[in-house]
Design a protein around this ligand. Structure first.
Ligand SMILES: C[S@@+](CC[C@H](N)C(=O)[O-])C[C@H]1O[C@@H](n2cnc3c(N)ncnc32)[C@H](O)[C@@H]1O
Length: 389
């Protein structure tokens, strides 16, 4: 039973509120569904295990007199997994109040706190013989390491976007692209917020089971965020808690408008789709209105502005039909208030920054209405700056 995006958002917002709000949200979604969501989230966030011997850790969640039992498999070299059923193989028990775990996972980001759980070794009589004859063969370091790995899943996890990019298999850092430091510079302040992010281009092209790498990277980077992926191919098999996919063409303005009305607004939109210049312009013109003030619209791979195969142009100054040409025109829009008689269109009135780096651009949204200097100064000086009126 999967929790919907709306239910996940309800829990995330309640986890930042009062105890009564969180209790009401758990009641509304249902304790069993919240347990599944929390355990899936915890498993997703766990760092890679370092224990030599395979260890099963039992994770019990308590709510309203009920106990929900899960078993987590932890082994070096493999991502942590949720073990099906309730096998009697766990060697260690971690016990959380459900609301406490939901708050740790989805509440405001905090350092790891002591006293969030109860724990117990699940060995009847831990004599030296039992310890050395048992499946661990005395490798008790593996138990501590496995428990630490499971507990790592209860916090926000790593904030190094380069590491997360490599872990989840997207190419935003290393090999081809070197984008993640730019992303961190602009998005770090949003990390602890209940961010809504849209990425155009889920990955994997026409293979329905392939892709979603960057969406998972974003899901890990924004532990309180909701991720939406848009792709011209159907990718619904990749849907999971806090991550949904939608099928649609980024070059279809009618579709994009309907999509924005249904799923927007967003704090962050990333265009990593076809990289065809016409498509980049269509998407920006249709979707920039669905970025919240304080948010960013990001365009990757703007090198295609110079590549004719992507509708780019090799001339020394890029024409306005390319992404680079559009970004150059945005500098004039950003300064519309300095041009006498210029009212500024919707985009001009809401661009407050254009940050361009090698192959990637960040367009910052806000209210661009501070007032112009140039028209006021022209009134002060009759003919030249040396003769004030
Ligand atoms: C470079 S991949 C995205 C990789 C992904 N963002 C990542 O980093 O893991 C580009 C994706 O854009 C999709 N795409 C191509 N043309 C598109 C269009 N017109 N509208 C929407 N998506 C499109 C492709 O199907 C492909 O899956």
């Amino acid at each position: 039973m999967q929790v919907t995006m709306e239910q996940a958002e309800l829990l995330i917002l309640a986890a930042g509120g009062r105890e009564t709000e969180l209790a009401a949200a758990i009641e509304e979604v249902g304790a069993k569904a919240v347990c599944s969501l929390a355990v899936e989230e915890l498993v997703f966030r766990c760092r890679l295990p370092s224990n030599k011997t395979h260890v099963h850790v039992r994770l019990d969640l308590l709510h309203g007199g009920e106990r929900f039992t899960h078993t987590i498999g932890v082994q070096a070299g493999r991502p942590v997994t949720l073990v099906e059923g309730e096998p009697d193989t766990a060697i260690f028990l971690l016990e959380f109040e459900l609301a406490e775990l939901v708050r740790s996972l989805y509440g405001p980001l905090r350092e790891r706190r002591p006293g969030t759980h109860r724990s117990r070794l699940l060995v009847e009589r831990p004599t030296a013989k039992a310890l050395y004859d048992g499946p661990l063969r005395g490798d008790w370091y593996s138990v501590g390491r496995a428990v630490d790995t499971v507990l790592s899943g209860c916090s926000a996890g790593p904030s190094d976007l380069g590491e997360l990019s490599v872990r989840h298999g997207t190419d935003k850092w290393g090999t081809w692209h070197w984008y993640t430091p730019h992303y961190e510079r602009h998005l770090r302040a949003l990390r602890g917020e209940p961010v809504r992010l849209l990425e155009i281009g889920i990955g994997g092209y026409d293979d329905p089971g392939l892709g979603g790498w960057s969406l998972k990277m974003w899901k890990a980077y924004f532990p309180r965020g909701l991720m939406t992926g848009l792709d011209v191919f159907a990718k619904h098999g990749l849907d999971e808690p806090r991550l949904r996919t939608v099928r649609g063409d980024q070059n279809d303005p009618g579709f994009l408008r309907a999509f924005g009305e249904e799923h927007g607004p967003f704090d962050v939109i990333v265009d990593d789709g076809s990289h065809v210049n016409e498509h980049i312009l269509t998407s920006f013109e249709a979707l920039f209105r669905y970025v919240r003030p304080g948010g960013f619209y990001i365009i990757e791979d703007i090198w295609t502005a110079y590549c004719t195969k992507f509708g780019g142009d090799e001339s020394p100054v890029s024409p306005p039909t390319t992404s680079i040409g559009m970004l150059q025109a945005l500098l004039d829009k950003l300064h519309y208030q300095e041009r006498p008689g210029e009212a500024g269109d919707d985009i001009a009135q809401s661009v407050v920054g254009v940050h361009v780096y090698h192959n990637i651009a960040f367009i910052e949204k806000g209210h661009n209405a501070e007032g112009g200097i140039a028209p006021a100064v022209s009134q002060l000086f009759e003919s030249s700056p040396s003769t004030p009126r």
